[in-house]
Design a protein around this ligand. Structure first.
Ligand code: FES
Ligand SMILES: [Fe+2]
Length: 458
C-alpha cells in the first residue's frame, strides 16, 4: 500500500472500509514458539504441563508442545518418558511403540529406548553393531515430573534445567486441586492476554454475554496494574452496595496465571484474603493452538466444594461449558469465542491498545525484553531460586470489605482500598503461610475499620 493511501485512510473515518483492508502483521517475535525461534528458546527455559495424568494409560500418547510432536508414555516400571515422536532407526512413530519394563520398544524393528532416550537394544544386528548403536544413537527425550494430576516437562538444555517451581497455592490447607485442560485454536499470546485484562470480565463474562459468574462482575472496577518484573498483577476494585470488592488477576512470566474466585466472591459478602480458583499454565502447542493445563481449586479460600462437579472446572475457566452448540456460542460467547475469533494468530499491528490494556502492554514489553536478553546470552531468572526457603508467594484472589462510601468520592475510595489491600499482601510476602494469613487478615480488618484521611487510609 502506498503512503498516500495510508494517509488518506486516516482522514476517512466514515465508510472507510476501502482504506482499511490491508492485512496487519503479527508480533512474530512473541508468537513464534517452535524450536530455533527466539521466544521458543525463551519458553524452553521453564517447566510446562504437557498432559493430565488421567490421559496417560498403558498405551503411549502423542502430545504436542512448543511446536514439537512428542510421545508420552509410562513404562512398566512406572517411569514416565517424553520422547521425540520418530524412532531414530527409520523414523516410525513411537506412538505405536510398546511400553516395557525398561522403556518403550519401537513397533517396527523392536529397538528399545529408556525414558532418558538411551538406546538399550537394537535387535537383529550383529552383537558388535548392536553395541555401537547403543553407544552412539539416542532418541530425543525430555525430563518430566508428575505432580498432583498434571505431567510437566522441561524442553530446554538439560544443563540449565531450573528447579521445579512450587507456588504457595499448590499446597494451601483445606483446598482440593482438580486437574483440567482447556483447548484454544489460536496462538498462546492472545489466550495469555486475558489474564491481565480485568475489563473483559465486566463485558464478556457479564454485560455482552450473560452473567457467567456473579452479578458483581458486571461492574467496571477501578483498575490498577502492578509490574513486579517477572510477574504482573491487575486489580479490579468494584463497588457492590456497601462493600468494596478487590479482585486480583495474576501472571507470572512466561505463562503461569491465577485469579480470584469464579463464584464464591461476588462482592456481597465480606471475604478476607480469598485465594485463586484456578492455577493455570497457558501452554503453546503450536503457533496456532494452545492448551491451558490447570487445577481448579475448591475450598474455603477458593470456590466452594459444591461447584466441584464434572463441568465445574470448565465454568471456572471461562464461565461456559466447552462443548456447546454454535447457537449457544453466539448467544453467550466466552473466552474461547473472544480469543479464537481474532484469528489463529491475531494481527497485532491492527490493534488499538487503550489505557485498560496497560497490563497487556507491560507484560508484552517485559516478555520481549526477556526474549531478547536470552538472545544476547542472559538466561532468565528461575523463579524458584528467589524463594529457596519456601513456596513462591502469589496474589491471585479476592477480598471484600464492608466500606460504605459515606459521601466520599467513591472512585478515590475504591482506588485507596485496592492499593491498601495489595500493600497488605506485599508486606507479608515470604512469611510462612499461617503467619501470612494472620497478618494479612488483621491488616485487611484494619483497612475496613479505618476512616478516610486526606484521600488515604491510615
Ligand atoms: S523404525 Fe524403529 S526400530 Fe526400526
Ligand atoms: Fe475470561
Amino acid at each position: 500500500m502506498s503512503d498516500s493511501i495510508q494517509d488518506r485512510s486516516k482522514q476517512s473515518l466514515t465508510y472507510g472500509g476501502y482504506y482499511q483492508t490491508w492485512i496487519g502483521n503479527s508480533d512474530t517475535e512473541l508468537t513464534d514458539i517452535s524450536p530455533d525461534t527466539p521466544c521458543g528458546e525463551y519458553l524452553r527455559r521453564f517447566w510446562h504441563p504437557v498432559a493430565l495424568t488421567s490421559e496417560l494409560g498403558t498405551r503411549p500418547k502423542l502430545v504436542q508442545v512448543l511446536g514439537e510432536d512428542l510421545v508420552l508414555f509410562r513404562d512398566k516400571s512406572d517411569r514416565i518418558g517424553l520422547v521425540h515422536r520418530r524412532c531414530p532407526h527409520r523414523r516410525s512413530s513411537l506412538e505405536y511403540g510398546v511400553p516395557e519394563e525398561r522403556g518403550i520398544r519401537c513397533c517396527y524393528h523392536g529397538w528399545l529406548f529408556g525414558t532418558d532416550g538411551a538406546t538399550l537394544e537394537a535387535p537383529g544386528q550383529p552383537k558388535r553393531v548392536q553395541e555401537r548403536i547403543c553407544q552412539t544413537v539416542t532418541l530425543g527425550a525430555y525430563p518430566v515430573k508428575e505432580y498432583k494430576g498434571l505431567i510437566f516437562a522441561y524442553l530446554g538444555p538439560p544443563e540449565l534445567k531450573p528447579t521445579f517451581p512450587v507456588y504457595d497455592t499448590f499446597n494451601l490447607p483445606g483446598q482440593e486441586l482438580v486437574p483440567y485442560k482447556a483447548p484454544f485454536n489460536c496462538n498462546w499470546l492472545q489466550v495469555l492476554d486475558a489474564i491481565v485484562d480485568p475489563l473483559h470480565t465486566a463485558f464478556l463474562h457479564s454485560r455482552t454475554s450473560r452473567e457467567q459468574f456473579s452479578t458483581g462482575f458486571g461492574e467496571i472496577g477501578e483498575m490498577k496494574f502492578y509490574d513486579r518484573k517477572t510477574s504482573f498483577l491487575g486489580t479490579s476494585t468494584r463497588r457492590v452496595g456497601d462493600n468494596v470488592w478487590v479482585r486480583i488477576n495474576e501472571l507470572v512470566l512466561p505463562n503461569f496465571t491465577q485469579a480470584g474466585a469464579a463464584f464464591a466472591a461476588d462482592g456481597t459478602k465480606q471475604r478476607y484474603y480469598g485465594r485463586t480458583s484456578f492455577v493455570r499454565w497457558v501452554v503453546p502447542l503450536s503457533e496456532e493452538s494452545t492448551m491451558c493445563y490447570a487445577w481448579a481449586v475448591f475450598g474455603d479460600r477458593a470456590d466452594p466444594p459444591e461447584y466441584n462437579t464434572p463441568e465445574g472446572p470448565e465454568l471456572i475457566e471461562q464461565g461456559e461449558p466447552f462443548d456447546r452448540s454454535d447457537e449457544e456460542k453466539m448467544l453467550y460467547p466466552a473466552d474461547a469465542e473472544a480469543t479464537e475469533s481474532m484469528g489463529t494468530i491475531t494481527e497485532h499491528e491492527k490493534e488499538h491498545l487503550a489505557p485498560s490494556d496497560r497490563g497487556i502492554i507491560g507484560y508484552r514489553k517485559r516478555l520481549r525484553s526477556l526474549v531478547r536478553d536470552l538472545q544476547d546470552g542472559t538466561e532468565p531468572i528461575a523463579v524458584a531460586d528467589g524463594w529457596p526457603n519456601g513456596p513462591i508467594p502469589t496474589y491471585g484472589g479476592d477480598t471484600v470489605l464492608h466500606k460504605p462510601t459515606n459521601g466520599m468520592d467513591d472512585d478515590a475510595v475504591l482506588r485507596a482500598v485496592g492499593e491498601a489491600v495489595m500493600e497488605a499482601q506485599f508486606e507479608a510476602e515470604g512469611l510462612p503461610e499461617d503467619e501470612r494469613v494472620e497478618i494479612v487478615v488483621r491488616r485487611l480488618k484494619q483497612i475496613e475499620a479505618d476512616k478516610k484521611v486526606d484521600g488515604e487510609f491510615a
